[in-house]
Design a binder for this molecule. Structure first.
Ligand SMILES: [Zn+2]
Length: 377
């Protein structure tokens, strides 16, 4: 009996130490469950740092999207325990919790407030979120992540060495797939001098280069990417994700910069497609794009690949801070570009890069992080 009492005291003392007395000590626990109406939900418990929060009724939002009523309990002078009164619906959370369940670095933001509107905001690090592993977790994952293709290579084989790969032309059957998935149109249409696709090995020594060759080599590299972790914004392979967002690429003779998105009707199609618009490239730039990175200019096919993803991301998200993105976790076009560069530099996306190419990608990623986000990280 005495023993039990001692144990209980110890547990209580330990319990008060759990109170979040610093931002790092905060913890969110998500428990998959089924709601009264038979829907998949997540019950949320937030051990937060909120000295001003008063015990009682409040509310909590997750991922800036969904708000549910909550009950606040004090756990000490600094900490509070916020519990959602009913579960968040997985269906409503969608994108906000995708990184948490489908892999990736970005985590949802939690925000809570008490009756007097004292607010607590928090962007959780992944290790500060615990998902209760019960029998519903797989269902939640399937509902949030959807079809998962990130770990298959659409092109069948990984790239051993990028320089060797880019010295070859797309095989006829692969070119046919690329042309079907991403028809290339020129704007304004029906010019007499639109470039014509041709390829001879190695492309770098061809005399006249076409925009189509550069774009199809870029898409071919994407098609052969081998991932060891999913992209943070989708569970699809990068090529499949691109295909799910755009159905054509427009090369513009007149655009002042590359952009997104316009509707086009590719030749022989009955349904219009969403296209990104790339600026027509001069011969000099097309020559740089025959290789991963031209050593003199520092430009190459790598940048075209990143540009394609950047523009395709605009199908879903605009820049939300002038021509920058607010934060990396917004995962807009700059976030996508940064993440790809980082994953390429780390080899999480493997395209047979040399250590020097990877270093260059790491540098580019750092540059993006330093210059393209309003709120730093
Ligand atoms: Zn942009």
């Amino acid at each position: 009996m005495l023993f039990a009492t001692v144990l209980m005291t110890a547990a209580l003392a330990f319990g008060s130490a759990w109170a979040a007395d610093s931002p790092e000590a905060q913890v969110v626990t998500l428990e998959p469950m089924v709601t009264a109406y038979g829907e998949l939900g997540l019950q949320l418990t937030w051990n937060c740092l909120g000295p001003e929060l008063r015990a009682g009724k409040g509310w909590i939002t997750l991922g800036e999207v969904v708000r549910v009523p909550a009950t606040i309990e004090r756990t000490g002078t600094l900490g509070a325990l916020v519990r959602s009164d009913h579960p968040f619906l997985v269906r409503e959370l969608g994108e906000a919790i995708r990184p948490l369940f489908c892999g990736g670095e970005v985590s949802p933001r939690a925000e809570g407030a008490g009756p007097l509107c004292h607010e607590v905001r928090w962007e959780a690090a992944p290790k500060q979120i615990t998902v209760v592993e019960n029998e519903l977790l797989d269902d939640v994952r399937a509902a949030v992540c959807g079809e998962s293709t990130w770990d298959t290579i659409p092109g069948g084989t990984p790239i051993q060495d990028i320089d060797g790969f880019l010295a070859t032309c797309p095989p006829a059957e692969e070119l046919a797939i690329l042309e079907r998935d991403f028809p290339i149109l020129f704007q304004p249409p029906r010019r007499t001098r639109d470039p014509v696709y041709s390829c001879a090995e190695p492309p770098a020594s061809m005399r006249e280069l076409s925009d189509q060759l550069a774009i199809y080599q870029a898409l071919r590299v994407i098609r052969h990417m081998r991932l060891s972790a999913p992209l943070p914004w989708t569970s699809l392979h990068p090529y499949d994700w691109l295909k799910s967002k755009i159905g054509a690429i427009v090369v513009s003779h007149t655009a002042k910069y590359s952009h997104c998105c316009i509707r086009v009707l590719p030749l022989g199609r009955t349904e219009p497609a969403i296209a990104i618009v790339l600026q027509k490239a001069a011969q000099e730039l097309l020559r740089y794009r025959t290789v991963w990175r031209d050593p003199r200019s520092g430009v190459g096919l790598a940048h075209l690949i990143l540009l394609i993803f950047h523009e395709a991301r605009h199908v879903d998200l605009p820049h939300d801070c002038g021509d920058k993105d607010s934060t990396l976790s917004y995962m807009g076009a700059w976030g996508v570009q940064y993440t790809l560069a980082k994953m390429l530099s780390e080899g999480t996306i493997d395209v047979g890069l040399s250590p020097a190419y990877r270093e260059d990608m790491a540098f580019h990623a750092q540059e993006l992080l330093a210059t393209r986000f309003c709120e730093g990280k």
